[in-house]
Design a protein around this ligand. Structure first.
Ligand SMILES: O=C[C@H](O)[C@H](O)COP(=O)(O)O
Ligand SMILES: C=C(OP(=O)(O)O)C(=O)O
Length: 350
């Protein structure tokens, strides 16, 4: 008989199940408490029960656990310093959506050399998340893959669905069952409607197939996620300005969405020029200081060292510099956080 299956599959390599990995790197009471308490605080911010600003800041992608941990260590005192005005959460992104092809993140290729040791990548990612949370820093991840979350979602306080996947039914179903609040980016060309559609879709119950913690396939029924919100990341034009924010708010109100907006200072809002994040951030801070209560959150791409470098063998890389999108450096991040904090305090005084 003609073989009709696996005609284009070159290899199938077994990997550990989610429950095996969780057993190897278990969470702790303190970490679980941090994760759940942060999710609750984020929910309060998104629903405007808390007037602080949620700030997701950190590298475009984690490629080196050591520098990610150093970033978290340096963020810890700032998180405490600004606790009255900002809920600081670290961007800890392991899965990169690519426009065409390229390095797809630490889970997919942890050794940065196209050896694609995904089993190792999952373990490294879980360990990094555990270590960062153990420092008292909550973590934000993008859920790009509908399967990998089972390996680490218990350690995530906020999740993103990216510009390239916001319109995907699979991702909306996944979001409806995630335990954390979830932001949906507008599309790469700037379509904000699809992010609002995603918030509405993820709010509903869904029934779909997914792997269980044991690695078998099961039918899942979700409760729906009330903590979905949109993220303005720009498209063919930036969309962080006052008019774009007002347009997005009107659209959300018309559609019965009550969660506030996150503004991504990077990506198409910075027109991929990392230094522009400071200008975007200052403009958004001014809108907040002027009393805009619909802006409840923002995102910064930031690393220890500004800029970016081409991917190379690990021992040839500049320590603490991005190998995906260019980031602002840590000192610039500190300045931006201070500006955002002052803006929140000014808004509170109004
Ligand atoms: O945030 C990261 C990038 O913008 C995204 O992964 C797309 O990257 P690429 O256009 O370099 O593939
Ligand atoms: C890929 C990202 O963003 P976007 O989906 O907006 O391109 C990201 O935030 O890493």
């Amino acid at each position: 008989m003609t073989i009709t299956t696996n005609r284009r599959i070159l290899a199938i390599d077994p990997i550990c199940s989610p429950s095996e990995l969780v057993e190897r790197f278990p969470s702790s009471d303190a970490v679980a408490e941090l994760v759940q308490a942060t999710r609750n605080r984020i929910s309060d911010i998104l629903h405007k029960r808390d007037d602080r600003l949620l700030v997701i800041t950190g590298p475009c992608s984690v490629h080196d656990p050591k520098s990610a941990l150093e970033y978290a260590e340096r963020l810890a005192p700032l998180r405490a310093q600004y606790a009255n005005s900002l809920e600081l959460v670290m961007r800890v992104y392991f899965e990169k959506p690519r426009t065409t092809i390229g390095w797809k993140g630490l889970i997919n290729d942890p050794d940065l050399n196209q050896s694609y040791n995904v089993d190792k990548g999952l373990a490294v990612a879980r360990k990094v998340l555990l270590d960062i949370n153990s420092l008292g820093i909550p973590a934000a991840c993008e859920f790009l893959d509908a399967v990998t979350g089972q390996y680490y979602a218990d350690l995530v306080s906020w999740g993103a669905i990216g510009a390239r996947t916001t319109e995907s039914q699979v991702h909306r179903e996944l979001a409806s069952g995630l335990s954390c609040p979830i932001g949906f980016k507008n599309g790469t060309k700037g379509d904000v409607d699809i992010a609002a559609d995603a918030v509405i879709a993820a709010r509903a119950q869904h029934i779909f197939l997914s792997p269980t913690e044991l690695g078998t396939t099961a039918q899942f029924t979700t409760a729906g996620n009330d903590d979905g919100h949109i993220i303005l990341r720009g498209g063919s034009q930036p969309n962080y300005d006052e008019q774009s924010v007002a347009d997005a708010v009107t659209m959300l109100q018309d559609r019965g969405i009550d969660t506030g907006i996150m503004i991504d200072f990077s990506h198409a809002n910075s027109q991929k020029q990392y230094q522009n994040q400071l200008r975007v951030g200052t403009d958004v801070a001014n809108q907040i200081a002027d009393g805009n209560t619909n802006i409840v959150s923002c995102m910064i791409e930031s690393h220890l060292i500004e800029g970016k470098q081409p991917i190379a063998p690990a021992d040839q890389l500049v320590y603490g510099q991005s190998i995906t999108d260019a980031c602002i450096g840590f000192a610039q991040t500190e300045t931006l956080l201070q500006t955002l904090s002052e803006a929140v305090l000014e808004r509170r005084r109004k």
